[in-house]
Design a protein around this ligand. Structure first.
Ligand SMILES: [Zn+2]
Ligand SMILES: [Zn+2]
Length: 341
């Protein structure tokens, strides 16, 4: 089968095109697995972290991609939840132990045995992939394949981030960085918290305009001061300066949720500016988001269909995955990028 694979930790600066189009063995589903004929796969910032080694794959060569939509082509012997022809999605969570405290409490994203799609198991930058029936999700009919793809990571992790803010209706929310995830979070937040004002922070004029189009009450550059203090903020940037700025803008008792699997080191020295009274005192809280739980994916897909969320997607061919990733790296973002297989 056709696949875009990563063979080693790589750097865009040196190699430009880290993924290679190859003929890869078609996977065979195990007893409780589904063989999926992939239709589309979303492109995520986490793929840059995998390629550049900040969250390195555990197998090489590896097929990246964890926002997969396709149809069941074959089922393992013990599969009872899905049948051939069903449309399913695969998210970042590929498997977890199912037995530990975290798994039992519904936080299988924190399981020690957590395996990620496209990092610890082959993902969706290919014509076929496999997934356990317990980690495949039916896609609500209202969404096309292209629309569904970014919901599976950008949307789901955005949902978890929003949940972790413990936000209440009327609280102010800051969205720091306005890319694939934030453009979905704003739609969720406006639906769930109609009396809340949302302030967007983004480097590019295009992203700020997009935020205003989607209903942000204000949009400014990272470092600008919003018209009101923030009760909660969600950071989706790869950098450190936005965190310092967000902490400064938090109201007393405010909470910053950092939705990033890894931060890049380019501006890490900015952390020295962290000033206890300005940035942390008054019971400000910081919480990171790690992965997504199975429950987040199911709950979010239902919420997304009810709103309904309309993801804005930019389409690339599988063969152009390197181009899509490079654009993501250089921040030419509007909505989410999706590969058609
Ligand atoms: Zn992702
Ligand atoms: Zn577990």
């Amino acid at each position: 089968m056709k696949a875009m694979v990563l063979s080693r930790i790589s750097s865009f600066r040196e190699y430009g095109a880290p993924l290679e189009l190859v003929n890869f063995p078609k996977p065979v589903p195990r007893e409780s697995e589904l063989l999926i004929k992939v239709s589309v796969c979303g492109v995520c910032h986490t793929e840059l972290d995998e390629i550049e080694g900040r969250t390195p794959p555990t197998i090489f060569p590896i097929v990246l991609g964890h926002q997969v939509v396709g149809r069941v082509e074959m089922t393992g012997k013990k599969v009872g939840k899905f049948k051939v022809g069903d449309r399913v999605g695969i998210a970042w969570i590929h498997s977890a132990c199912g037995k530990c405290k975290h798994c039992i409490e519904g936080n299988d994203n924190l399981c020690e045995k957590f395996e990620a799609t496209g990092r610890d198991a082959h993902g969706g930058y290919a014509e076929y992939t496999t997934i356990s029936q317990d980690y495949a999700f039916p896609i609500p009919e209202i969404f096309s394949d292209l629309e569904a793809a970014p919901l599976l990571c950008a949307g789901t992790i955005g949902y978890r981030s929003l949940r972790l803010t413990s936000m209440k209706d009327g609280d102010t929310l800051g969205l720091v960085g306005f890319g694939a995830s934030a453009h979905l979070v704003i739609q969720m937040a406006k639906y769930k918290y109609p009396n809340s004002k949302i302030f967007a922070f983004a480097r590019s004029q295009g992203e700020r305009a997009f935020a205003l189009e989607l209903g942000a009450a204000w949009a400014g550059d990272i470092g600008e001061v919003p018209p009101e203090k923030l009760n909660c903020a969600i950071d989706t940037t790869p950098a450190w300066k936005p965190i310092i700025e967000a902490l400064k803008n938090l109201a007393p008792g405010g909470k910053l949720v950092i939705n990033a699997i890894r931060k890049e080191n380019v501006d890490k020295e900015r952390l020295i500016e962290l000033d206890y009274p300005t940035h942390l005192w008054h019971e400000k809280e910081i919480k990171s988001v790690a992965n997504v739980a199975r429950q987040d994916v199911s709950e979010f897909l239902a919420l997304a269909a009810a709103i309904p969320i309309r993801p804005e997607v930019q389409v690339f061919r599988l063969e152009d995955a390197n181009k899509a990733l490079l654009e993501l790296k250089t921040s030419k973002i509007r909505g989410a990028k999706v590969l058609t297989i």
